[in-house]
Design a binder for this molecule. Structure first.
Ligand code: HEM
Length: 99
């Protein structure tokens, strides 16, 4: 069972890097969509249609990575409680006969 915790941790750590990268791109492209006049004034070489397309395309991957991060994060969060509960229920009760 510890294995599942370690696998979750590895996946979660990798996903952090991925979501940081995609999240930054989402934020930058999203802000350009929010303030198109600003984007056009200072970054006239950009095509807002393509920016919108990029924002839209990345959103799917962002959502998938976020869901996977939530799942692995929840597992790592509840893992200690599950382990505690399981070890408690599997240890035999104290022997009271010897005093
Ligand atoms: C991180 C900061 C973000 C900002 C500032 C931002 C901002 C925006 C803005 C201003 C629009 C245009 C809305 C309109 O047409 O009136 C937009 C569209 C959209 N956003 Fe974001 N967004 C962000 C993150 C996200 C995330 C995390 C997702 C999904 C995972 C997402 C998915 C979408 C989608 C699917 C659209 C529609 C694109 C289209 O019209 O083709 N956005 N966003």
């Amino acid at each position: 069972m510890t294995n599942t915790y370690l696998i979750s941790k590895k996946i979660h750590r990798l996903l952090v890097l991925i979501i940081l990268t995609i999240g930054l791109l989402m934020a930058v492209t999203g802000l350009m969509l929010k303030y198109p006049s600003f984007a056009m004034e200072y970054l006239p070489f950009l095509n807002l249609g393509k920016i919108r397309y990029l924002h839209n395309s990345l959103s799917l991957y962002f959502s998938i990575v976020l869901v996977l991060m939530i799942m692995t994060g929840i597992w790592m969060y509840i893992y200690p409680s599950i382990k505690k509960f399981r070890s408690k229920s599997s240890t035999p009760p104290d022997d009271q006969t010897n005093g």
